[in-house]
Design a protein around this ligand. Structure first.
Ligand code: CS2
Ligand code: MG
Length: 408
């Protein structure tokens, strides 16, 4: 059996998505997610211009060989564009293999290891009151773990925090705004470090000690600043502190790790197992934040998690709404099967997105389940997709109060 066609599908039901659809000579289709938020067309071109022509006529069953062929064969390894493209091919091939076998993908990955995947949602608000109502709203939806982000006094709009106008509505926290230039936000780390512990103190006082709470630092701190924050959050027993330092420097986390017992998670901007080598072997982190979409697919993420398992490190796959429902389904098939599953980020896609991507995964009593449909369990609706043209959109840029560009 061989691959007959490789189509790159770009659609924008509320936000942009890049999807690869492979079809075999027998007519079996497989889907893969290659969405790279704010840089979508680069991944689409890599796939369309450089990868799709290599796939026609290949044996769709040879997943590992195809992965190595695309990774080693390109000579130019790693990087978000390359790895998102390889990821899409890999997901689509696993989808086809499981559909051909007539079983849900998780069965090929070792079968169920648990009843469901614990999910965390994003609560936020520019004030404590708005934050509390957002937390209550998530608890009513059944979430059993909550990420907490708030505004910082003296700063305006902060990335990942719903504005006052958005309070109470469904909010895509990474708006990747549809405009010609990125939005600019302002930042003050000292004000942030003073404010965040007071927020967690208030949340614990209101919601009690049991609720697992998470926080995302968005790579904005130096190692010493991150150590200060980690220490100051210890009384509030976080599930994790995410992305406290910039992703490029693995050694930075030695300083943080030696200073605080707050659990650490990192990796949503990483592309390969090599980005984790020091972090995993020195046990500098507790959770792997990679997305299947940005790490080269199911094949690569499974290997990464098996490596992490040796060191007692668990998964916390990146699942914001810029990971398409195809990528999210892949996370759930992996998550239900892995022994070292930790938690799954789950923000919920918009109604428009779910018209294009018809999913079969479920969210019940705080647990996600990949469902029993063969393959990944996601169908792509071409008619629905045709109503949503690609629209350029950018993630924001962050500047310190003196105008210097800062990480966000
Ligand atoms: C975030 C993401 O979900 C998270 O933890 O850090 O929202 C991230 O900013 C976006 O996915 C960027 O595309
Ligand atoms: Mg994050």
């Amino acid at each position: 059996m061989t691959i007959r066609s490789a189509e790159v599908l770009v659609t924008s039901p509320g936000r942009n998505f890049v999807t690869l659809r492979l079809t075999t000579e027998e007519g079996v289709t497989g889907l893969g997610d290659a969405t790279l938020n704010g840089r979508e067309l680069a991944a689409a071109s890599y796939l369309r211009d450089h990868v799709a022509p290599l796939l026609i006529g290949r044996d769709e069953g040879q997943i590992e060989d195809t992965w190595q062929y695309l990774y080693r064969g390109a000579y130019w390894r790693r990087g978000p564009v390359t790895m998102a493209a390889i990821a899409a091919v890999d997901m689509a091939l696993w989808d086809i293999k499981a559909k051909t076998a007539g079983i849900p993908l998780y069965q090929l990955l070792g079968g169920r290891s648990r009843r469901g995947c614990l999910a965390y949602g994003h609560a936020s608000g520019s004030t404590t009151d708005a934050l509390f109502s957002s937390i209550r709203n998530h608890l009513e939806q059944g979430y059993g773990a909550i990420r907490v982000q708030t505004g910082v006094p003296g700063l305006g709009q902060v990335y990942g925090v719903a504005s006052d106008q958005q309070a109470g509505q469904r909010y895509d926290y990474e708006p990747a705004k549809r405009q010609a230039l990125p939005a600019e936000e302002s930042w003050d780390t000292r004000a942030y470090l003073r404010h965040v512990p007071t927020v967690f103190e208030a949340v614990r006082a209101e919601f009690g000690p049991e609720l697992p709470l998470l926080h995302d630092g968005h790579h904005r701190m130096t190692p010493n600043e991150a150590a200060i924050l980690g220490k100051s959050l210890e009384p509030y027993d976080l599930f994790w502190l995410e992305d406290c330092t910039p992703g490029e420097n693995q050694e930075a986390l030695r300083r943080v790790r030696s200073q605080t017992t707050t659990p650490l998670a990192i990796g949503e901007v990483f592309n390969s197992v090599f980005d984790y080598q020091t972090l995993i072997t020195e046990q500098l982190i507790d959770y792997v934040r990679s997305a299947v979409t940005h790490t080269g697919g199911i094949t690569a993420l499974k290997k990464l998690m098996d490596f992490a398992a040796i060191y007692g490190i668990r998964s916390g796959f990146h699942g914001p709404t810029d990971i398409s429902p195809v990528g999210q389904a892949a996370h759930l098939h992996l998550g239900i099967a892995l022994h070292n599953f930790g938690i799954q980020e789950y923000m919920q896609h918009s109604t428009d997105t779910l018209e294009v991507f018809r999913t079969s995964y479920t969210f019940t009593d705080g647990l996600l389940d990949p469902g029993e449909n063969p393959g990944l369990g996601v169908e792509y609706d071409d008619n629905a997709a045709a109503a949503f043209d690609y629209t350029p959109a950018y993630l924001p840029v962050n500047r310190r109060l003196d105008g210097t560009v800062h990480d966000w």
